[in-house]
Design a protein around this ligand. Structure first.
Ligand SMILES: CN(C)c1cccc(CNc2ccc(C(N)=O)cn2)c1
Length: 256
């Protein structure tokens, strides 16, 4: 069913809009756009410049290395994104991707998937004027503690991860509910043909056809791997009685 107005609209504000082809022309997002369920508008601040050289960067007060994004073209791009909003809809949420932002996790992605319009501000240079940030930005988000040459890759990560969670965007085959992290645990191991690869067999339990045993083995592996690799995630999760039991059996085997 293709809806005339999409469930979720992204407006990406970027000096390098062509980068977004990486998500708009392939994969889950590409298909969701084709089906009219998601829309991605590309807005380039350079189109809002008024000088002959179409200047989009400006020098920082107080000196120092690097440049900042020029205020005027950026503000006009943000206002254009906000105006391109069908009447009656909630105003778009302006998200600024930066290393100084709140770390993104599944909870945040899930909340964002409930929105109607997300305006993603992909910064370049050393960032943007703090007064512009305070006036227009609703949420400053970060992929992690590292610096990219621009916010575009982070914005595309938001577009992809959020789109996957929009109801009925994924078919039943790729369902996102089963995503690890959705329930706060890492994923279990995966195996496919051949049955013996490089001298190693697929764990027998997975060949048994006993779905109850398979499901509990997978849950045990998810608990065990989270305990080993991400104890911080495990600490946040309330385990059921059965999960406690599976994990302690895993720990006993591990420590034996
Ligand atoms: C101060 N500074 C270098 C800077 C400030 C703002 C934006 C940018 C654009 N680059 C980004 C953006 C996001 C991330 C992330 N971790 O999500 C990493 N890099 C850089």
């Amino acid at each position: 069913m293709t809806t005339s107005n999409p469930i979720l609209r992204f407006s990406a504000i970027s000096l390098f809009p062509e980068m977004f082809a990486a998500v708009t022309e392939s994969g889950v997002v590409g298909r969701a756009i084709k089906k009219g369920k998601v829309a991605v508008d590309l807005i380039n601040p350079r189109d809002f410049t008024t000088d002959r050289h179409r200047t989009v960067d400006d020098r920082p007060y107080g000196g120092g290395p690097g440049m900042l994004m020029k205020v005027e073209p950026l503000e006009k791009a943000i206002e254009f994104a906000q105006s391109s909003q069908p009447d009656g809809n909630r105003p778009g949420k302006v998200i600024y991707l930066s290393p100084q932002g709140e770390k993104i996790d599944h909870q945040m992605v899930s909340q964002l998937s409930q929105e109607e319009h997300l305006i993603l501000l992909a910064g370049r240079y050393e960032g943007i004027d703090e007064r512009l940030l305070n006036k227009h930005v609703d949420l400053e988000l970060s992929l992690g503690d590292f610096v990219l040459s621009g916010g575009e890759l982070a914005a595309m990560a938001v577009i992809d991860s959020v789109t996957r969670l929009v109801p009925e965007v994924l078919g039943h085959k790729e369902s996102a509910e089963q995503d690890s992290f959705a329930d706060g645990l890492l994923d279990h191991q995966h195996y496919t043909r051949p049955e013996v690869y490089d001298g190693n067999r697929v764990p027998q339990v997975l060949l048994s056809g006993n779905h109850q045993v398979i499901e509990s083995w997978r849950l045990q592996q998810r608990l065990g791997r989270t305990w080993l690799r991400r104890p911080d995630l495990l600490a946040r999760k309330k385990l059921t009685e059965q999960e406690e039991k599976l994990l302690s059996m895993f720990q006993a085997q591990f420590e034996s």
